[in-house]
Design a protein around this ligand. Structure first.
Ligand SMILES: Nc1ncnc2c1ncn2[C@@H]1O[C@H](COP(=O)(O)OP(=O)(O)OP(=O)(O)O)[C@@H](O)[C@H]1O
Ligand SMILES: O=C(O)C1=C[C@@H](O)[C@@H](O)[C@H](O)C1
Ligand SMILES: [Mg+2]
Length: 170
């Protein structure tokens, strides 16, 4: 039975913020996969990227596939590039519901601090480029698409309404 909730979306789309609050509402543990990788590798994401992006992606894939197999009734917030590897998505789909947080790039740009996001070091133009490259991958991977354009409270209510009763009623 699928029991995890997996949040995907562009960097800055709200996965960590919304994931934490959703996990509290549903009394489920929360794991931010970027944070999990930093803890288990004892290195920051920028340090892992400094080796190479491929090095980071390999570690990310192992973390995603292990967590998908091991966790139950857990809210998992993914890194923005999780959809680049279909094995990650296949693993998540087996044990959870994949929710895409869809947030306009203009709103993302207003909020994110680029220094903590290695792919955005060169500026926000890269964000538009990444969106073009990934938008189809995000929508194809998602079981549920949620537009994150209103208050956090409103977005959380919308997510709860779309989740299957088996997750909500526990
Ligand atoms: N609905 C919203 N209303 C107000 N602020 C929001 C909303 N959604 C997200 N934010 C803000 O946008 C910023 C980015 O959100 P967050 O860090 O959760 O994104 P993320 O998807 O986890 O990004 P990354 O993939 O880089 O980790 C945060 O400052 C967060 O508070
Ligand atoms: O969009 C991306 O490819 C990334 C997003 C972050 O969450 C991190 O996982 C990392 O910085 C890569
Ligand atoms: Mg995050």
């Amino acid at each position: 039975m699928k029991s995890n909730i997996v949040l995907i979306g562009m960097t800055g789309s709200g996965k960590t913020t919304i994931g934490k609050q959703l996990s509290e509402r549903l009394s489920m543990p929360f794991i931010d996969i970027d944070h999990y990788i930093e803890q288990t590798e004892k290195q920051t994401i920028p340090e892992l990227f400094a080796v190479s992006e491929a090095h980071f992606r390999e570690i990310e894939a192992a973390a995603c596939q292990n967590l998908a197999a091991q966790q139950q009734r857990t809210v998992l917030s993914c890194g923005g590039g999780v959809v680049l590897n279909q094995l990650n998505i296949q693993a998540f789909r087996k044990t959870g519901w994949i929710i895409l947080l869809d947030r306009p790039i203009e709103q993302i740009v207003q909020d994110i601090q680029t220094e903590h996001r290695p792919l955005l070091k060169s500026g926000t133009e890269r964000l538009y480029q990444l969106y073009q490259e990934r938008k189809d991958l995000y929508t194809e991977a998602a079981d549920i698409i949620i537009s994150n354009t209103s208050s956090l409270e409103h977005v959380l209510n919308k997510i709860e309404k779309q989740l299957p009763a088996s997750i909500i009623s526990k």
